[in-house]
Design a protein around this ligand. Structure first.
Ligand code: HEC
Length: 270
């Protein structure tokens, strides 16, 4: 083979370049990622999962939950909102003024100008930063997902198909372990007409012994086991629920800032 050496060099370059692209570059970018600081707070993020929740990630993986659920919140932009925090000495002038102003969905310039007008008549205001996008309006999260969110996930369960809702922040909006257990055993017992398949093999239906187990599911009658029997979660079900409850993407970070507010209101504060 005359061209042996050139074939070798060509193959070496092709494989070497893809190794650099797929292995080296990501390792350089994220290989040394560490916990980051939560904006305007002394806390670090994320925190390591509990043992049960770490095992739960493997249950999530083994049961193919990522085939129907993503864990990545998308964001298309940011908007500003001006919130009145105090009416000052001239509340009538302030409330007359704010009734004529647009206070939500603003650009930075619009927010600054509204801010100046309100402070000019003595009102006190705060400018809030609000991420926008379809996922955020669906209530799936408060900000986009960033690399730091996945620091303790191995393997990362990004998912690519959304037959069900995104779960990146599921632990924040669904924080009740009993709800998750019922939902896994019989999705339709808690979500009418749910299209999610039941995961009954994560539970055991057994004869009630001396006394009912404190773990027994409190199922509506159409899903309940026959009299004298109870449905109890196996350890895998409890681990999976611990994992679901650990899914939080709800702190502002340098790379994904927002103003954490529970209730945003434009009503003049007293
Ligand atoms: C065949 C697709 C499919 C699979 C597989 C699946 N789900 Fe779902 N899931 C859905 C659908 C559809 C919904 C929306 C209806 C509902 O809430 O029950 C949903 C809803 C959910 C919700 C409620 C989310 C919300 O915001 O209301 C959670 C939590 C959940 N699934 C967890 C899981 C877990 C954990 C697994 C793996 C054990 C799993 N799902 C597997 C389709 C699926």
């Amino acid at each position: 083979m005359k061209n042996g050496i050139s074939v070798f060099i060509a193959a070496f370059i092709a494989l070497g370049a893809s190794w650099c692209g797929f292995v080296l570059a990501p390792a350089l970018q994220l290989g040394t990622a560490k916990q980051t600081a939560v904006l305007n707070s002394g806390d670090t993020y994320p925190v390591q999962r509990t043992g049960d929740a770490t095992l739960g990630l493997q249950v999530y993986r083994a049961n193919g939950c990522a085939a129907c659920h993503t864990e990545q919140i998308q964001q298309t932009g940011i908007a500003f909102e001006v919130v009145l925090t105090g009416a000052g000495k001239n509340p009538d002038a302030v409330s007359n003024l704010i009734s004529t102003l647009k206070l939500t969905g603003l650009t930075k310039e619009e927010a600054d100008s509204a801010n100046d007008k309100i402070t000019a008549v003595g009102g006190k205001v705060e400018t809030h930063l609000i991420p926008t996008g379809a996922d955020i309006s669906r209530g799936w999260g408060v900000r986009r997902s960033v690399a730091a969110d996945y620091l303790y996930d191995s393997p990362v369960q990004l998912g690519s198909l959304r037959a069900g809702p995104d779960l990146a922040d599921a632990g924040t909006r669904l924080n009740n372990a009993s709800w998750h257990l019922l939902h896994l055993y019989a999705p339709q017992s808690v979500v009418k007409n749910s299209a999610m398949p039941p995961f009954r093999f994560l539970f055991e239906t057994r004869k009630i012994g001396d006394a009912p187990s404190p773990d027994a599911l409190n199922l509506p009658s159409e899903f309940a086991p026959p009299a004298g029997y109870e449905v109890v979660p196996k350890p895998e079900a409890k681990q999976l629920v611990a994992y679901l409850l650990s899914l939080h993407a709800d702190v502002p970070l340098y790379e994904a800032p927002y103003t954490p507010v529970q209730i945003s209101t434009n009503a003049p504060a007293k």
